[in-house]
Write a protein that binds this ligand. Structure first.
Ligand code: FA5
Length: 341
């Protein structure tokens, strides 16, 4: 009977410890103390031999029942702890696979490309084709065919990167005019955006590598009035607001008359800064009526056809549009800068 009492006490105490265990190791400790090889149940079992034979069957059954009950309760509680631990881990590691992957952010178009595409849309809506030309050009396309023969001083206006094979990096997009005229003939409406190169000092408004956008229209009776209409359409399409411009005579051997269309500096509002070289004006859009020699050199009869051409400084236009006060920022590839656009 003493054994019975001890078993009942062990049973109650162990169930209570199992119930109050708050973690797996506490539960395990209670199990070892009650059911382990050196535990209480083992100690009680040692007295089994001292029992009277008639008591043994009864006490043996009781002992097994207590052992089975405690083991079952231990397993149940242990499984509950494990389920809880798994649930916690899963909630920590849970991911929504339908969310966009973090870390990969979509890129965006460079500000110069954005403006280029807007101008392309505008001019295609006006019936202009978009042409492309090579960055490595022949001397003939870059100069001679534009009415700038070898000895002409105008060659010095554009510091040129010459290649060892006699070719050059195009100094402007105007050679695409020549390619367009020779390939398609008149009437012709074309624009040609692209990269251009000049061997000159870099500063806030000059790069050695920059973008221009050439434009050309050849038809019957094209006049300065047509030219001005298209230039105004171009600027209002880009700025969506009034900008102050001035038109002054400009010399380019491939146009006659030639003009410089300047824009009042949008960085300083005209008061003078490093971008406009303290003048308040930025050279942006040289233009003019195509020189008869240029038409002739590309097999177009100037008595029948006339036209206008312009050579927009696309990189400078991006500076004016976005208020960028140093051209070098547009070339640097710094994502902290580019992400703003
Ligand atoms: C020309 O390149 C002529 N081909 C433009 C032209 C075409 C005139 C058709 C008439 C008819 P200019 O050298 O001025 O012209 O350059 C044109 C524009 O390119 C300039 O107004 C300026 O906005 C830009 N530009 C010139 N040099 C640089 C430079 N180093 N860095 C950034 N932009 C420049």
């Amino acid at each position: 009977m003493v054994v019975d009492t001890s078993l009942e006490e062990l049973r109650k105490a162990t169930l209570a410890r199992f119930a109050s265990a708050t973690a797996l190791d506490e539960l395990e400790e209670a199990r070892v103390q009650a059911l382990g090889r050196k535990g209480t149940l083992a100690a009680i079992s040692k007295n089994f031999g001292k029992l009277a034979p008639e008591e043994r069957a009864h006490t043996g059954k009781l002992l097994n029942a207590v052992k089975n009950e405690l083991e079952a309760e231990y397993e149940r509680k242990k499984a509950a702890f494990e389920r809880e631990a798994l649930a916690q881990r899963l909630s920590r590691e849970w991911i929504d696979v339908t969310l966009p992957a973090p870390g990969i952010r979509p890129g965006s178009l460079h500000p110069v490309t954005q403006i280029q595409e807007e101008i392309e849309d505008l001019f295609t809506s006006l019936g202009f084709a978009i042409l492309d030309g090579p960055e490595v050009e022949t001397e003939e396309h870059n100069f001679d065919a534009l009415n700038i023969p070898p000895t002409h001083p105008a060659r010095d206006m554009q510091d040129t990167f010459w290649l060892t094979n006699g070719h050059l990096l195009r100094t402007h997009t105007s050679p695409v005019q020549v390619r367009g005229m020779r390939k398609f003939g008149p009437p012709l409406r074309m624009i040609a955006p692209g990269r251009t190169f000049r061997n000159e000092e870099v500063d806030a408004s000059h790069e050695h590598t920059f973008y221009q956008l050439e434009g050309m229209m050849i038809d019957r009776d094209v006049s300065v009035a047509n030219l001005i209409y298209f230039m105004k359409t171009l600027l209002s399409g880009v700025f969506h607001r009034d900008v102050t411009v001035r038109l002054r005579p400009g010399y380019f051997p491939f146009v006659e008359p030639g003009f410089e269309l300047d824009i009042q500096c949008l960085i300083c509002g005209g008061s003078g800064c490093s971008v406009c070289k303290q003048s308040g004006w930025v050279e942006l859009l040289p233009c003019g009526l195509i020189h008869p020699n240029v038409l002739r050199l590309s097999n177009i009869d100037p008595d029948e056809w006339s036209g206008f051409a312009f050579g927009l400084g696309l990189t400078r236009l991006a500076m004016m549009r976005y208020g960028i006060d140093d051209i070098r920022q547009l070339q640097g590839g710094d994502l902290r800068f580019l992400n703003q656009f």
